[in-house]
Write a protein that binds this ligand. Structure first.
Ligand code: DX5
Ligand code: ZN
Length: 219
């Protein structure tokens, strides 16, 4: 399985966003995690299309757009147009999840499903064949800098097991509360796309990426 660190720009310094993305690219990172919040599905509001369109002009990274938005189907075309390479929607936010996934794929980008901590993996088992990635939220969606929910470890294992049984080989992404302590835990449980916000952006960005890269290589 190929491992990717996916820095979440929610924790970036927006005064220097372009510069910070360049630093990540120079460190050899391929994925950029982009958290869009609508103030309805989650309490907070982050940013939307204009920001993504701007950073797209200067970056060749893979734009992994995590929509924490009610009825995200309404915005698929917009996010593809402004540069998303992958769109993740929450199972809890879609009236017709299957149709939403289909629309994302029809729009020509990768499709992923996200699960809040309380949502069981069983609920989306029927769709595993149709998606490119499963995102298991390891905190309640909505804010950076929260603590990892310990029950998530078992959920990652369960998801891995279920995929094995169904013969599905898609990456599991984790998002929230990843730090020095929890990174080895999620890797061991079977996650391979690792979203990290504060762990990457707090302090020296380049140094943090190097340090995290070493831990990921070791595991
Ligand atoms: C939370 C977002 C996360 C967040 C992670 O709702 O989806 O991507 O930025 O932040 P940390 O890594 O600081 O927990
Ligand atoms: Zn996210």
């Amino acid at each position: 399985m190929e491992y990717q660190l996916c820095p979440s720009i929610l924790s970036a310094d927006f005064n220097r966003l372009g510069e910070q993305i360049q630093t990540l690219e120079r460190q050899g990172l391929k994925w950029l995690h982009i958290d869009v919040m609508d103030g309805d599905f989650v309490p907070s509001i982050s940013f939307g299309m204009p920001v993504i369109r701007s950073i797209r002009r200067e970056s060749n990274m893979f734009f992994d757009v995590h929509l924490m938005v009610t009825e995200p189907e309404r915005y698929i075309q917009d996010f593809v147009a402004c540069g998303a390479d992958s769109i993740t929607v929450h199972a809890e936010a879609c009236e017709d999840l299957e149709r939403t996934v289909e629309r994302i794929r029809d729009a020509g980008v990768k499709a992923a499903i996200a699960l809040k901590p309380a949502t069981s993996v069983m609920e989306v088992s029927y769709l595993l064949q149709d998606i490119d990635m499963l995102l298991i939220m390891t905190v309640q969606p909505g804010f950076g800098g929260q603590e990892y929910i310990e029950d998530s470890t078992e959920k990652i294992r369960q998801a891995r097991q279920m995929m094995k049984e169904e013969g599905v080989e898609i990456p599991i992404q984790v998002d929230g509360g990843i730090d020095e302590r929890t990174l080895p835990i999620v890797l061991e449980a079977g996650a391979s796309r690792i979203v990290a916000g504060s762990y990457v952006f707090n302090g020296d960005l380049a140094e943090n990426v190097k340090k995290i890269g070493k831990i990921m290589e070791r595991e």
